[in-house]
Design a protein around this ligand. Structure first.
Ligand code: ADP
Ligand code: ADP
Length: 228
């Protein structure tokens, strides 16, 4: 995993009279392989923090470094999962996982091998040739996790990945994700509404508050980690 270091980052959406100061300044100091959760009320800037860390949204001010360097495009260090799986309806699960990286020019055989490994680890055996609508909500979200990881990024950013799933499905995916994380130790930023989920998964929970979004508390968790 990569380190993520942010100093006094802020985000203002829009310009002039319509400008809205959504976030910060906040600092982040996330260690390689750390699992960090963001919790806080709706609108406190959790998604904005994630988008800034991903490089998909530009900072309004401050500096952000991944492994001591500014993020550069293509964003090969980054894998993202959103609440809505955002899979392509008319592509198979396997195509959905591979396509973006094939387009980016990664070696097809290498991605295929990683895709097979991820389908296996994420409980997706037999789902390769299925289309998204033939899969349950939980399976679709597993496919989007596989897509986020197929290029072996050093950080995994997840914005309420289990938000739309029922409790049993959540628990199962959470378990598989944790096992995979224990093996790979990618740096994770994880947004959730569930304090229980944040505490159960993370090394550290950042509690955010609104107007403008900021970090008001940091809770270190000392989890007894199972061995993979
Ligand atoms: P959270 O993820 O904690 O719910 P967000 O980061 O989505 O919070 O949003 C933080 C604030 O910024 C909210 O007030 C939201 O309405 C606003 N916001 C988010 N995205 C945009 C945008 N693209 N344009 C304008 N305002 C935005
Ligand atoms: P580039 O501008 O270099 O093509 P992108 O903005 O397309 O980079 O995204 C780079 C990486 O960020 C992708 O490989 C993917 O892991 C992640 N990503 C970007 N957008 C999405 C998305 N909508 N869904 C899932 N992952 C995404």
């Amino acid at each position: 995993g990569a380190s993520i270091t942010a100093q006094a980052i802020t985000k203002t959406y829009g310009e002039g009279p319509a400008a809205f100061h959504a976030l910060g300044p906040i600092d982040l100091d996330i260690k390689p392989g750390e699992f960090v959760s963001l919790i806080g009320p709706s609108g406190c800037g959790k998604s904005t923090t994630l988008l800034l860390a991903s490089g998909l949204e530009p900072l309004s001010s401050g500096t952000l470094e991944v492994d001591g360097k500014p993020l550069t495009r293509p964003l090969s260090e980054v894998g993202i999962v959103f609440q809505d799986h955002l899979l392509l309806d008319f592509r198979t699960a396997l195509d959905n996982v591979m396509l973006q990286q094939e387009i980016r020019g990664l070696d097809k055989a290498v991605i295929r091998e990683r895709a097979d490994m991820l389908f296996d680890r994420l409980g997706l055996k037999g789902a390769q040739k299925k289309y998204p609508r033939q899969l349950s909500g939980g399976m679709r979200q597993r496919v989007s996790i596989a897509r986020a990881l197929v290029h072996d990024p050093s950080m995994l950013l997840m914005d309420e990945p289990f938000g739309a799933l029922d409790a049993i499905t959540r628990t199962q995916i959470r378990h598989d994700l944790e096992m995979l994380w224990l093996e790979t130790r990618k740096t994770v930023l994880f947004i959730t509404h569930s304090i229980e989920e944040a505490v159960g998964l993370s090394d550290r929970v950042l509690v955010m508050s609104t107007s403008p979004g900021r970090i008001i508390e940091e809770i270190k968790i000392d989890l007894p980690r199972p061995r993979p």
